[in-house]
Design a binder for this molecule. Structure first.
Ligand code: 3HC
Length: 389
């Protein structure tokens, strides 16, 4: 990936501490959690180790998708505008899937392109903060795992660009919209990765938040997006485990390692909560998006679900969530917690986070450096077409 961007703002020193791998390896750690499964939300994430899981929900969604593909869709539209709309509404109401062959309202198309493209851009920009540590991973094993993970993110970007293309927009156009700032990417990737523990915190918290947000998208009404999400969620679940295991190792290591792990959790907690978007009262798209069954839950509902999941996982890690007001609310059956700073979220979204400029400068450079690859691929395709003609 060429020269690795250095994430640390000037003046901040990198504290990199070699890991001690004297504790049980990850798999054993996760199996040790199994007896707690009945009252520990960890099972919701590490499902195939300890029971009912987010992965089970992904598999349910996959079955639903197959059933929808096989379902009889008799009673199609007669071609009139009113009937096209009626048919679209009926497909959504029946929890069937809209496919690229179907007529869709322009606003549904635009909304999906916006969300899917933003999601795709997030996967691609999201390679940077973690790519920052590939050359400095503390062992060959850690380096190989991180390489695979960062490569997965590129793959997720590709599935998502492909899903967006089924809506009649070219990938090149979407990439241009990212480069010239007309489309966004997730706020979370504008924060720096200062220590190796940040790779653990990203896996545990950022990928954890991504999973909580994205599993319901496996049931999105637009077939190509839902299908892309099935595969992405299966891979994300591995990402989250690797982050949890890095933090577990550090949290049970030396005092310096433990402090490094806690410091990373302290810095990534609130930005991870902000990933879910503005509060419902300030969310511009949620209502329509939920009516179209693109989103299945509101930003606040998913944020709450994430907090409830993390509290018990943090106790297994032995790390503190940096929120003095975090406490169980028996009446609501959920944890009360402090909201992230939404003013900060909006500042970051507008381009004024700690690493926005660095992230975009790197993306521009990568795009320019890759020009010869695109030209060579286009020349090769043109030659093939000429030979076939
Ligand atoms: N970062 C940047 N922009 C955000 C944001 C965030 N965390 N949260 C909201 N926004 C933007 C919205 O895009 C919208 O701006 P726009 O109208 O200019 O497009 C505005 O803030 C208002 O927010 P809404 O709540 O109305 O927006 P949505 O209904 O689209 O909800 C969302 C936001 C929950 C992020 C939703 O779009 C979504 O679920 N997207 C798909 C998942 C996704 O993109 N995740 C990004 C992370 S990917 C990832 O984490 C990779 C993994 O490997 C770690």
């Amino acid at each position: 990936m060429g020269s690795v961007p250095r994430d640390e703002p000037s003046g901040v020193s990198l504290s990199r501490v070699a890991e001690t791998d004297q504790r049980p390896p990850g798999r054993e750690v996760l199996h040790m959690l199994a007896p707690q499964a009945s009252d520990c939300n960890t099972c919701v994430v590490y499902g195939d180790d300890v029971g009912q899981s987010l992965l089970d929900q992904v598999e349910d969604a996959e079955r639903e998708l197959r059933a929808a593909a096989e379902a009889d869709r008799a009673g199609g539209p007669d071609g009139s505008d009113a009937d096209l709309q009626r048919y679209f509404d009926e497909v959504i109401a029946a929890d069937q899937k809209i496919e690229p062959r179907d007529w869709i309202p322009e606003a549904y198309r635009k909304g999906l392109v916006r969300q899917i493209a933003q999601h795709a851009h997030s996967e691609i920009i999201g390679m940077q903060p973690e790519g920052n540590w590939i050359s400095r991973a503390p062992s060959l094993k850690r380096k190989a795992i991180l390489l695979a993970k960062v490569q997965d993110e590129a793959g997720h970007g590709l599935y998502l660009y492909a899903a967006a293309e089924t809506l009649g927009v070219a990938r090149e156009e979407l990439v241009q919209m990212l480069l010239d700032g007309r489309q966004k990417y997730s706020s979370i990737f504008n924060y720096p990765t200062l220590t190796w523990a940040d790779i653990g915190a990203i896996g545990w918290l950022v990928d954890g938040a991504a999973i909580v947000n994205q599993v319901p998208l496996c049931r999105c009404s637009y077939g190509p997006y839902a299908r892309a999400m099935i595969r992405i969620c299966k891979e994300e679940s591995f990402h989250q485990r690797q982050g949890f295991e890095i933090l577990y190792t550090l949290a049970n290591g030396t005092g310096a390692q433990r402090r490094m792990a806690q410091d990373a959790v302290d810095r990534w907690w609130y930005p991870s909560l902000a990933m879910f978007g503005p509060p419902d009262t300030a969310s511009t798209h949620s209502e329509q998006s939920m009516a179209w069954k693109i989103k299945r839950f509101s930003n606040d509902d998913l944020r709450q679900r994430f907090v409830d999941m993390c509290v018990q996982q943090a106790s297994v890690l032995g790390l503190a969530i940096p929120d003095p007001d975090l406490r169980w609310n028996a009446e609501r059956g959920s944890y009360d917690f402090t909201d992230p700073d939404y003013d900060e979220l909006f500042r970051v979204i507008k381009g004024n986070g700690p690493c926005n400029r660095q992230r975009m400068a790197y993306r521009h450079r990568a795009y320019d450096d890759g020009a010869w690859v695109r030209e060579a691929a286009a020349a090769h395709a043109a030659k093939r077409r000429a030979e076939a003609a």
